[in-house]
Design a protein around this ligand. Structure first.
Ligand SMILES: Nc1ncnc2c1ncn2[C@@H]1O[C@H](COP(=O)(O)OP(=O)(O)O)[C@@H](O)[C@H]1O
Ligand SMILES: N[C@@H](CCC(=O)N[C@@H](CS)C(=O)NCC(=O)O)C(=O)O
Ligand SMILES: [Mg+2]
Length: 542
């Protein structure tokens, strides 16, 4: 059944049949198509449906939720008629709950909207990893806050990158300009989301590995509050009340709004408003509205404006208080401004104006820089966490346990070695530029070509290299407007939302406020929900 194309080490396997599961091939007697990673010393292979080694628990044909990670909702995923009826009910419930996106045809209008894509069933997540992700969130908040206050660390870390990456350089220029003038802001607010995948180890265990931390426009906390009701509905229709009760309640938008409210209160001007910076063409407006609504319920008013509006109608008084249309602004919340395409010359000027003001920016420019991939890579260097979080060895250990392999590509021997390793084993690495929003990373042959092109150029310092996480796939059914329900091999990414507020040197809030599970088909290496690749999901703790 299996055809060995090359030698096992570094080779590629192929076979006849339908891949139904994938797992680490070192620890199993069977082998299928997959990738062997000479760096890790192990790899993964597909389990083929007509393989004699196929076991029901691993293949997803059983209906039990107490067996291995690969097991999905078993026979439920095989009954096409039942799936169609369940999908109809799930979509109607999602619409009723407000799990909504504007359409790609009319992204500036809410006249006709549709449901945000989601999985029909919740996906299994080991409870221990969920708890670990929650337990490390306050440490990540502290770390981001520490990096944002450490101008020397930011300058050293980003110096090679900003020579070749004009977007990061532009952000950095604003950072320097504001430092030079003196920071007027005294209250700091971080709303972030740390994202993880579940690395499948050769011994069958799974480990929580951070993909990245989002320090600007960390989204889908609003819609994630509404999806538990949808999955509970689906399980209840199936009479699975015990399983329905296991879906965790989740309310990130409330927690995020509480952070904004605290910052607003500390700013200390009863009539000041919250300014939400967003584009007019914003499909994810209902996610943003969830936070706006929570704030209004606390009698805090939010005005939505574009960068263009700020440059036309925004101003600072002599104390650098920010005014928009004549109204004072206490907090500026960015749901825009995280990609180069978001900025015209006029928009960069608006960003600088906002940054110079004493309003609470979420994030301020230093915190946005703290979320770059280059900073993430430097944080994994020996001794760096210890110097940023002195006297906190437990926090350092918790943070480090979530780090995957991260490699600098700065010119020099260390970068040369990383490039050689990645070219020798492309399936084990991801090449990342300093970009946000999904769809920017390079994998496989594309990564090899880019590395060969960049090898002798300073431009390589604008990228980092990261170990590729290989979660064990499972089956679920993805629901998207306009497409038939699709049962497919998937992997998930878990995000934990974190909030902190600092007044001067005093941290007045530091907590986690909920989670986001996103799931995508294994054939997509990259991309989240906004990029049209992943769909919303809920963890089913096992
Ligand atoms: N190390 C990795 N291993 C496996 N997949 C990854 C890795 N890094 C990123 N990805 C995939 O690529 C997507 C985008 O990468 P990410 O670092 O989150 O950048 P962005 O800022 O564009 O969201 C992730 O959501 C994940 O699906
Ligand atoms: N502008 C949109 C999208 C913002 C966005 O893409 N945010 C990224 C972080 S920079 C994110 O959290 N993406 C999650 C996803 O798309 O799945 C919004 O404000 O909701
Ligand atoms: Mg991401």
């Amino acid at each position: 059944m299996f055809l060995r194309e090359e030698g096992h080490e570094g080779g590629v396997w192929s076979a006849i049949g339908t891949p139904v599961a994938r797992r680490c091939c070192r620890s199993h007697p069977w082998q299928g198509p997959g990738n062997w990673c000479p760096v890790r010393g192990w790899g993964w292979c597909f389990l083929i449906s007509d393989s004699p080694d196929l076991t029901p628990d691993r293949a997803g044909v059983g209906d039990s939720m107490t067996v291995g990670m690969a097991t999905g909702w078993g026979s439920l995923l095989q009954d096409e008629q039942q799936l169609e009826e369940l999908a109809r009910q799930a979509v109607d419930r999602a619409l009723a709950e407000g799990v909504l996106l504007r359409t790609s045809q009319a992204p500036s209008s809410s006249h006709v909207v549709s449901y945000a894509p989601f999985t029909l069933f919740p996906s299994r997540v080991p409870s221990a990893l969920l708890e670990q992700a929650y337990a490390v969130q306050a440490d990540f908040n502290l770390l981001v806050d520490a990096v944002s206050q450490n101008a020397v660390f930011l300058e050293q870390t980003l110096s090679s990158t900003i020579k070749r990456d004009s977007f990061t350089a532009r952000l950095f220029d604003i950072h320097k300009q504001v430092l030079k003038e003196g920071i007027a802001q005294t209250v700091f607010l971080g709303l972030n989301r740390s994202d993880y995948m579940f690395q499948c180890n050769p011994d069958g265990t799974t480990a929580l590995k951070q993909i990245e931390i989002n320090t600007i426009s960390a989204s889908f906390g609003g819609l994630a509050s509404r999806t538990p009701a949808v999955h509970r509905h689906v399980l209840s229709v199936l009479g699975k009340t015990k399983e329905a009760a296991k879906i965790l309640s989740n309310n990130p938008s409330k927690g995020l709004a509480m952070g904004i409210a605290k910052a607003w209160e500390l700013y200390g001007s009863a009539n000041a408003q919250v300014l939400l910076i967003a584009q007019e063409k914003e499909r994810n407006i209902f996610d943003q509205r969830a936070i706006e609504n929570e704030l209004l319920a606390r009698n805090i008013h939010v005005i939505r404006r574009r960068f263009e509006d700020v440059s036309e109608k925004g101003s600072l008084d002599q104390d650098r208080r920010l005014f928009m249309d004549g109204q004072e602004v206490a907090v500026v919340y960015f749901r825009d401004g995280y990609m180069p395409g978001h900025y015209s010359l006029q928009n960069w000027e608006a960003r600088l104006l906002l940054e110079r003001s004493c309003a609470v920016k979420c994030p301020d420019i230093a915190t946005q820089l703290a979320g770059t991939k280059k900073v993430q890579q430097e944080l994994s260097r020996a001794g760096v966490l210890e110097s940023l979080l002195p006297g906190q060895p437990e926090a350092v250990a918790r943070l480090r346990a979530t780090f995957a392999g991260l490699y600098s590509l700065d010119l020099g021997e260390e970068g040369d070695q990383a490039i050689t390793k990645a070219i020798a084993a492309p399936s084990c690495f991801v090449l990342k530029p300093q970009r946000e929003g999904g769809g920017n990373n390079l994998y496989g042959e594309e990564m090899v070509q880019a590395l060969e092109r960049l090898r002798d150029s300073e431009e390589r310092a604008s990228y980092i290299l990261m170990e590729k996480i290989e979660p064990e796939p499972f089956r679920n059914c993805l629901l998207r407007p306009g497409s038939p329900a699709q049962v497919i091999q998937c992997i998930s990414e878990l995000g934990i939302f974190g909030v902190y507020v600092r007044e001067g040197k005093t941290l007045v809030m530091n907590k986690h406020v909920g989670h986001l599970l996103r799931t995508k088909a294994i054939e997509h290496a990259d991309g989240g929900v906004a990029a049209g690749v992943a769909v919303l999901d809920n963890p089913y703790p096992v």
